[in-house]
Design a protein around this ligand. Structure first.
Ligand SMILES: *[C@@H]1O[C@H](CO)[C@@H](O)[C@H](O)[C@H]1NC(C)=O
Ligand SMILES: *[C@@H]1O[C@H](CO)[C@@H](O)[C@H](O)[C@H]1NC(C)=O
Length: 279
């Protein structure tokens, strides 16, 4: 009896220790329930931190109330994307939508401040016509504005290459382009989202690319490839190895769990204990 209790306490300790590296992405995990309930579900599962997409359908008061009631941290939030059902996925690279872009940044800052998020993922939008210099120029001008605007609020601006199989026609779909823009704008407040799922589908060469990008990594997300399930499910990536590479290049901030639970969220979380020995 005493021993069982001891082992249970040990296990509990282990879970909260490993959980201190990972944050639950509320657009992917706990989607069994509405967004405002997911904060508490994440907390109950042992998470200390979450990240989210833009909280469509909820006021910033509702979201911050849910977050505070759960007593959990939120590190990141995505920009207001516009109407996703009409194909809108942000405005940063869309010529003629500069006002919408600035509005989306303003609106997202308000939500970020309400939940205390210190990173905003700025979405580029999709380009259905041929991509030309005008799109590159629009993207650069908008990001330049956003990086310095967010800096005033101590919020890091993050851009994310997204692979073309998951989101066809999404403008920001290349690490080379992301690096080029970041070097050009040259504001340390502008960084890259390294989603290892997208990295494998865009570039491959995972270890080398992580090392090449290390000084520009603003946030990390993970999922298995190609099915985007839990990191320990069958697939192309060995996360025991990859998480060590990230640790060795000095990344020590939250790692977002942006995967689709293969079954339900809670039973899928067992993989975290399996990773314990390296963290
Ligand atoms: C992998 O990355 C390294 C380091 O940047 C580079 O030299 C090499 O060419 C890349 N390999 C491929 C196949 O892209
Ligand atoms: C899938 O989820 C159900 C409901 O929580 C659970 O009973 C079952 O054991 C899970 N199966 C696997 C393989 O995790």
């Amino acid at each position: 009896m005493q021993l069982t209790l001891f082992l249970l306490l040990l296990l509990e300790d282990q879970i909260s220790y490993t959980m201190s590296k990972f944050c639950a992405n509320l657009a992917f995990l706990f989607t069994e329930r509405p967004l405002t309930e997911r904060y508490q579900l994440a907390k109950n599962a042992g998470f200390k931190c979450v990240e989210s997409g833009f909280p469509f359908g909820f006021t910033k008061e509702q979201v911050s109330q849910a977050k505070n009631a759960a007593g959990i941290e939120q590190v990141l939030i995505n920009t207001y994307t516009g109407d996703v059902t009409k194909g809108e996925m942000g405005f940063a690279a869309i010529p003629g939508k500069e006002i919408d872009f600035r509005d989306s940044i303003k609106k997202t800052i308000e939500y970020a401040k309400a939940v205390g998020a210190r990173k905003i993922h700025i979405m580029s939008g999709k380009i259905l016509e041929e991509v030309t210099e005008i799109h590159h120029q629009t993207y650069e001008n908008n990001l330049k504005y956003a990086a310095s605007e967010l800096e005033k609020h101590n919020i890091v601006a993050i851009i994310e290459p997204i692979n073309k199989y998951s989101v066809p026609n999404y403008y920001m779909n290349s690490y080379k382009r992301a690096l080029e823009v970041i070097r050009k704008i040259n504001n340390p407040n502008l960084k890259i989202m390294l989603d290892i799922f997208h990295l494998q589908l865009i570039e491959g060469n995972v270890t080398n690319t992580i090392k090449d990008l290390k000084e520009f990594i603003g946030h990390v997300q993970i999922a298995q490839v190609p099915h985007r399930n839990e990191p320990n499910t069958d697939g192309e990536l060995n996360y025991k190895y990859i998480l060590n590479v990230l640790k060795n290049v000095g990344y020590d901030d939250w790692i977002g769990l942006e995967y689709k639970p293969k079954n339900d969220t809670s039973s899928g979380l067992k993989w975290i204990q399996e990773m314990d020995f390296i963290l």
